[in-house]
Design a protein around this ligand. Structure first.
Ligand code: ADP
Length: 460
């Protein structure tokens, strides 16, 4: 700044000296006037130069192109440099804020929950894809639209008008159908000056899980209550009545049967919970297929014999494809044995006297191994097939109870197969017997391996 002042003074002095000299040379009577004119002329020239620089700076500002580096001399060089720096800093801060906003919106976009921002008039300012899909809003086209016009649910309208939105409301999702319900929870959060944020969450799975849990508790209570009622009835009778020995021992037999039912139920429940909690079975435990299949068949025969005493016995046999006689299974022996036993015991329990039960072991056409239990029993109507593996689902409740069923067997089998990356497959039609198959993928069996363990010792 001082330099600029000195330059101005110096210019004026130079003008005065030159003007004075020129006036003296021209023979003016008062050469001081020449000095004044000289000083004024040179100072004006300097001011003109500064003015033209100022104009260039103004034009540069109007253009607003910060990449264009303006080269000015004098005072304006400093002004231009500082302005450019200031503008560049603001531009950088603006870009940073924009990037932050983009990151923030991308994060909300990635959220599994829906987010809708409304302005003070209830117009949509922004919404993420999740909310758009859940509620059927177009995130581009519907911006600026009144949310109340897009969501015409009376519950939603009342909720948006309520003064204190403390609780979420539950609405039907856009893709809701009677056979495939979609339930969305929506909560309103006011913020800023009259703006609102709507948070949505798909709670279909949570509601279904909750309903399943309630059903499960109700089913377990019911299953336990029935034998318990019978049992306590007998206890009361034994306590209050004088009974002869034969009746007494008959009652005790019936009590033992009911206690046995409760025990089986608790064991199956514990097994299911173990299957849900324990880590997946690894591929290192291997055992030979043939002895395992033969031992499971013998167990089925042993189960069948007392049930059909005095009637034509069931014929139970196993058929193993010759190429598989040396095969080995890889997985949890206890679990897979329980799955196979469940299928065989169902076949024995639901097939009438004289029926035929066969356990076929063969390669599956699509690869993998099939252990197929075929029976000549009553078969199952097609409408029941999809529900057979539900806990406590029974086609014939009384037949299941009579034979000591818990309604959990096929649920256990399905679980075991899932844990081995396999499947439980059911083919059956009414009056034509049933085929229940355990399918194991190629990773769960092999043919001819070196030394292996004995067949599972955990057979019940
Ligand atoms: P349960 O203990 O009642 O046998 P499961 O889960 O093992 O329970 O089987 C579910 C239902 O499937 C049974 O109640 C029965 O109605 C039907 N079911 C299972 N296996 C057979 C079969 N081999 N033949 C006919 N019905 C069967």
């Amino acid at each position: 700044m001082l330099t600029r002042l000195l330059i101005m003074v110096w210019t004026a002095l130079m003008g005065a000296v030159l003007g004075y000299g020129w006036a003296a040379w021209r023979g003016w009577r008062d050469p001081e006037w020449g000095a004044l004119v000289g000083a004024l002329v040179l100072s004006s020239l300097l001011w003109l130069l500064e003015f033209s620089r100022g104009l260039r700076w103004l034009r540069w500002l109007q253009k607003g192109d910060l990449t264009d580096e303006l080269r000015l001399g004098g005072l304006w060089a400093e002004v231009a440099y500082r302005t450019r720096r200031l503008l560049q800093r603001e531009q950088r801060q603006g870009a940073q804020a924009e990037q932050q906003l983009r990151n923030f919106l991308a994060a909300i976009q990635a959220s599994p929950n829906g987010v809708i921002l409304l302005d003070a008039q209830g117009l949509i300012q922004w919404c993420n894809l999740t909310a758009a899909q859940q509620l059927g809003i177009d995130p581009q086209r519907d911006l600026g639209q009144r949310i109340g016009l897009l969501l015409r649910d009376p519950g939603f309208t009342a909720y948006m008008q309520s003064a204190e939105p403390t609780q979420a409301i539950i609405m039907q999702g856009r893709t809701h159908r009677a056979d495939r319900p979609v339930r969305i929870s929506l909560q309103r959060h006011p913020y800023g000056e009259g703006q609102q944020m709507l948070l949505t969450r798909d709670i279909t799975a949570v509601e279904q899980a909750e309903a399943m849990r309630r059903d499960f508790v109700a089913n377990v209570s019911h299953e336990i209550r029935t034998p318990l009622t019978v049992l306590s009835g007998f206890v009361e009778t034994l306590q209050t009545l004088e009974l002869d020995e034969a009746t007494r021992s008959q009652y005790l037999g019936l009590m033992a049967e009911q206690a046995g039912r409760m025990q089986s139920l608790v064991e199956d429940l514990l097994q299911l919970s173990r299957l849900e909690d324990s880590p997946l079975p690894d591929l290192h435990d291997a055992w030979k297929l043939l002895p395992w299949v033969e031992s499971a068949t013998r167990e089925a025969q042993a189960l069948s014999a007392p049930l059909f005493r005095g009637a034509t016995p069931q014929q139970i046999r196993s058929v193993v494809e010759p190429a598989l006689r040396e095969a080995e299974i890889l997985g949890d022996a206890r679990e897979l044995h329980s799955a196979l036993s469940n299928l065989l015991s169902n076949a024995v329990r639901y097939t009438p006297a004289g029926g035929v039960i066969e356990l076929h072991v063969m390669g599956a056409p699509e690869g993998g191994l099939l252990l197929q239990v075929r029976d000549s029993g009553p078969g199952i109507a097609s409408e029941h097939l999809p529900r057979l593996t539900e806990r406590f689902y029974r086609v014939d409740r009384s037949r299941s109870r009579e034979t000591g069923g818990t309604g959990l067997g096929l649920a256990i089998v399905k679980h075991v197969m899932q844990r081995h990356q396999g499947e439980l497959r059911v083919e059956s039609s009414l009056g034509e017997g049933s085929r229940f198959s355990l399918w194991l993928p190629a990773s769960r069996w092999r043919v001819a391996a070196p030394a292996t363990a004995e067949p599972p010792q955990s057979h019940p």
